[in-house]
Write a protein that binds this ligand. Structure first.
Ligand code: PLP
Length: 457
């Protein structure tokens, strides 16, 4: 594919309106010569982006079971509502009475998120899940500081946690204590008890956890953390299994973030900005960015407002029955795949899973040499985006599969056929080391790419 610079046909086009605002920069800040930007006609520009889009793979192209990331279909009505000029042509500094609709969106979404999570107050400022975690942890820190309990500097995190959890806790200035998982894949409550003490600031947990398992000891877990003087943080990046069924607030959690760009169907990855609202119980609300003892702003104005509109559109168009149905279908789809693949693949955890499940390809690798990596590359040739790989870290050769509720049984049956066929290929001696071959860029030499990177043309 040609670069846009190689498409340069010297045609000057004025795509942008002339800017009416001017500002004289200090001469020493200015360039000596013009920037060399490509000049192409509108038609050539369209071809460039259409070609780029054709070479990318997204949830609109096909099955995308990226566990934990929830690549569900993004309904087009969300985009339609978010592009209404009443939303796009306003400015956060406008007088409040001129933007009543926008403030209503913020209030209504916050109210719905409170209802779904069992929290009392929400801030829409954070721009991503990890950003929300950081804000949530600062709330916990402010709470202990206000109680003159400053020796509470440890956050306890299960070893199956998403990598952002320990990273956010470290950024917020905490030390991290890892709780191991039991062989059933749940947090080890006896170990947790040993770690709790007067230096415990809190616990960070996601339930269902990253193995797709619901921790049935959750009430005991949050209770012993509270009794030790700590607070409970719920990583709600992915509420796909529990909407309308269970609420973090009822499980004993004090703070939660949710990812609008996962559960609430707003695009992510290359497709759009994220949003990671944080909810908390009323005793922490004063520390929120908007509160009277605020920990401070974490983002300009009201966060990624257009993402909030898309999420609210999703919530209102589904309604409470629709959200419940989405969760039940997400869990059903995951269990259907899991049980159909369970005879051939080694699935982690007994019994039912929630919205996702994890398989280990360690046994397959030992027998055939086909690793999770090779298997995932072979899936690319079949037109399937690989599942999340090598995560959670506690499972060797892990593939983490989340089909989501927006896939039909027809698609799931096809996926099962593909997995079984690849399994058969592996067992018959094909090591799949050359896959993928049918993609835009076929098997790359990752070792040379890492050792001798070519960083410019
Ligand atoms: C995606 C995810 C996060 C982080 O969210 P980002 O928006 O990527 O920062 C945190 N925890 C879990 C369980 C996740 O799936």
């Amino acid at each position: 594919m040609k670069l846009i610079f190689e498409r340069d046909n010297g045609v000057k086009s004025n795509y942008l309106d002339k800017c009416e605002v001017s500002y004289k920069l200090d001469d020493k800040l200015c360039r000596g010569s013009d920037v060399k930007l490509p000049e192409v006609s509108e038609g050539e520009l369209c071809r460039h982006y259409t070609e780029l889009a054709g070479n990318a793979y997204g949830v609109n192209n096909g099955f995308y079971p990226l566990g934990s990331c929830t690549m569900k279909y993004n309904p087009k009505i969300n985009e339609k509502i978010a592009s209404l000029s009443g939303f796009t042509d306003i400015h956060p500094l406008q007088p409040k009475q001129t933007v009543c609709g926008a403030t209503e969106v913020i209030e209504l979404l916050s109210k719905n998120l409170c209802e779904l999570t069992g929290m009392d107050k929400v801030s829409l400022q954070p721009a991503a899940g990890a950003h929300g975690e950081y804000l949530g942890l600062l709330l916990i820190k402010a709470y202990h500081r206000d109680n003159n309990d400053t020796k509470r500097n440890k956050i306890i995190i299960p070893d199956s946690a998403h990598g952002t959890n320990p990273a956010s806790a470290a950024m917020a200035g905490f030390e991290i204590v890892n709780v191991p998982s039991t062989k059933d894949g749940l947090a080890d409550v006896e170990k947790l008890k040993q770690y709790l003490g007067d230096d415990t600031a809190g616990l960070m947990l996601t339930n269902p956890n990253t193995l797709g398992l619901f921790d049935k000891n959750i009430l005991e877990i949050t209770d012993i953390v509270h009794k030790a003087g700590g607070l409970n943080y719920y990583d709600g990046a992915n509420l796909n299994a529990i909407m309308g069924i269970a609420r973090p607030g009822d499980m004993g959690f004090d703070v939660v973030h949710v990812n609008l760009h996962k559960t609430f169907s707003t695009p992510h990855g290359g497709g759009g900005p994220g949003s990671g609202p944080v909810g908390c119980k009323s005793f922490l609300a004063k520390y929120l960015p908007e509160g009277e003892q605020s920990i401070g702003r974490v983002k300009a104005f009201y966060g990624n407002f257009l993402v909030a509109i898309k999420a609210l559109t999703y919530i209102l168009s589904l309604g409470s029955d629709g959200l419940l149905d989405a969760s039940q279908t997400a869990v059903l789809n995951a269990n259907y795949l899991k049980s159909c693949l369970g005879d051939s693949f080694d699935i982690i955890g007994n019994g039912y899973c929630m919205h996702e499940f994890v398989m280990s390809l360690q046994q397959l690798k030992d027998k055939t040499g086909v690793s999770a990596l090779s298997f995932a590359k072979a899936l690319l040739d079949e037109g399937i985006h690989p599942p999340t790989m090598y995560f959670p870290l506690i499972v060797h050769e892990a593939l983490m599969i989340e089909p989501t509720e927006t896939e039909s049984k027809q698609t799931l049956d096809w996926v099962i056929d593909v997995f079984m066929a690849l399994h058969k290929r592996a067992m018959s001696g094909d090591d799949m080391k050359n896959a993928p071959q049918k993609t835009y860029i076929s098997k790359v030499d990752e070792v040379s790419a890492a050792r001798k990177p070519i960083l410019k043309a």
